[in-house]
Design a protein around this ligand. Structure first.
Ligand SMILES: Cc1cc2nc3c(=O)[nH]c(=O)nc-3n(C[C@H](O)[C@H](O)[C@H](O)COP(=O)(O)OP(=O)(O)OC[C@H]3O[C@@H](n4cnc5c(N)ncnc54)[C@H](O)[C@@H]3O)c2cc1C
Length: 408
């Protein structure tokens, strides 16, 4: 189907069925699903270029399997796995092999996932405009009028539905007056890609021997007296990456620190020294940033013709669940929008989106909050780790915990 053109010349006057704000993984998947079903779909992305900041390393849970079932991974060389071991917060789950192992994961850098989803959305007929930020909107019973800011000037776009897939700080959510209750973590994570020369680090059983630091576990959190530390070679996900490139993160009490996308290398060095009790021998660092965990859930997923999906609707304070939940939002919402726009389904169909997603996301909030509590550096945290560690040593219990990670 031929798509209408967006012009940035004041008022475009063109009508879209769905405008998606945000070309992250959730917005791009949603756009691909909609356009593939013949829905006239426009994606407006504020950033001029895709972000190069490393984010997710993979999808954990049923969404990995659902993407594969839908053929979205075909030809990508990406494979869904059932890992023998996985993490529940800082605790190891020994899941074994065979059909009793309930967990699916897809190791994939987020940027690669976004590229796959973008190619699919465009091939399906969606229009993507980068450098176009949604700045506001009004709605009535039949349409949404969106204000857009682009380098060429302001534009107005008319659509039947607007979906905010514009991330945790969602303008769409705020502008729609939807609250985002929950809490912010007391911990700050500092993350970077660093080069550690081969002579300063050696691979040992399941971990690394680092010069001056000693032995640390790889690919999972280390709890140390000074805080938490994680390290993983970038080449695990991207075989073309140099062998001496690692992703590291430190976790410490937040104090007065504010999260920043432009953290200085000195702050990273100082944090690593506090956590490890020694200097981490890295020679270069990039993509250095700090983040503070949040655990929040939107008050509503829909106000009239405006809907939310992905991080705009929910964020979790333990890693590995954001994409699983956001991808389920996109699949669920896409089917309902297609039924409403193309097949004339009643309003109940769209109401079912929140009715379906809210309880599933509440469950994810619960288990991510438990995972975060397990990392607490106090007596309660130590007690939780001791008791839960004993319980999860049982394979049946470990598989029950993995079923929580699988769901979304
Ligand atoms: C360091 C890090 C590691 C992570 N690791 C994992 C992991 O291993 N597994 C996992 O499942 N999750 C992980 N996550 C979480 C995961 O990255 C998010 O859940 C995911 O990006 C959410 O996708 P999204 O499409 O909802 O939002 P986003 O990816 O945040 O995309 C939102 C998009 O909207 C755009 N935008 C914002 N405002 C506007 C506007 N006004 N108009 C138009 N566009 C706008 C933004 O530029 C952005 O491109 C990690 C996150 C971080 C930061």
């Amino acid at each position: 189907m031929r798509q209408p053109e967006l012009t940035a010349d004041g008022v475009s006057g063109h009508e879209w069925d769905v405008v998606v704000a945000g070309a992250g993984p959730v917005g791009l998947l949603l756009a691909g699903e909609l356009a593939g079903a013949g829905i006239r779909t426009l994606v407006l992305e504020a950033a001029e270029e895709p972000s190069t900041i490393p984010k997710a390393n993979g999808i954990v849970g049923r969404s990995a399997r659902d993407l594969a079932k839908r053929g979205i991974l075909a030809g990508s060389g990406m494979r869904v796995l059932s890992p023998r071991r996985f993490q529940f917060g800082p605790l190891a789950l020994d899941l074994g092999t065979g059909p009793g192992n309930p967990l699916h994961i897809l190791p994939i850098p987020q940027r690669r996932l976004e590229q796959l989803l973008e190619d699919r959305a465009i091939a399906s007929g969606a229009t993507l405009r980068r450098g176009h930020a949604v700045t506001g909107f009004t709605q009535d019973a039949s349409q949404v009028q969106i204000e857009v800011r682009a380098a060429q000037g302001a534009a107005h776009v008319t659509t039947a539905f607007l979906v905010g897939c514009d991330g945790a700080r969602s303008l769409v959510r705020k502008h729609a007056g939807i609250g985002f209750p929950g809490f912010t973590s007391e911990e700050i994570a500092r993350i970077a890609r660093v080069t550690i020369p081969g002579e300063a680090i050696a691979r040992v059983d399941g971990g690394f021997d680092i010069r001056g630091v000693g032995r640390v576990a790889g690919m999972r959190p280390n709890r140390l007296p000074g805080g938490g530390f994680s390290i993983a070679p970038v080449s695990v996900l991207d075989p073309s990456a140099p062998a001496d490139l690692y992703v590291i993160s430190t976790h410490e009490p937040r104090g007065d620190a504010e999260p920043s996308d432009r953290m200085l290398v000195d702050e990273l060095r100082a944090s690593a020294r506090r956590v490890l009790g020694a200097d981490l021998p890295f020679t270069a660092a990039d993509a250095i940033r700090s983040t503070v965990g949040n655990s929040r859930h939107a008050d509503a997923y829909r106000v009239g013709r405006v809907l939310l999906a992905g991080d705009a609707a929910h964020i979790f304070n333990a890693g590995g669940s954001g994409l699983n939940a956001g991808i389920q939002d996109a699949f669920d919402l896409a089917a309902r929008l297609v039924a409403t726009i193309r097949d004339g389904a009643t309003a109940d169909t769209l109401d079912g989106y929140e009715a379906n997603r809210r309880p599933a996301v509440e469950r994810v909030l619960d288990h991510t909050r438990v995972q975060a509590a397990l990392t607490r550096d106090d007596d309660v945290g130590r007690a939780l780790r001791a008791v839960m560690g004993e319980l999860l040593a049982d394979r049946a219990a470990a598989r029950t915990a993995a079923r929580l990670l699988e769901s979304a």
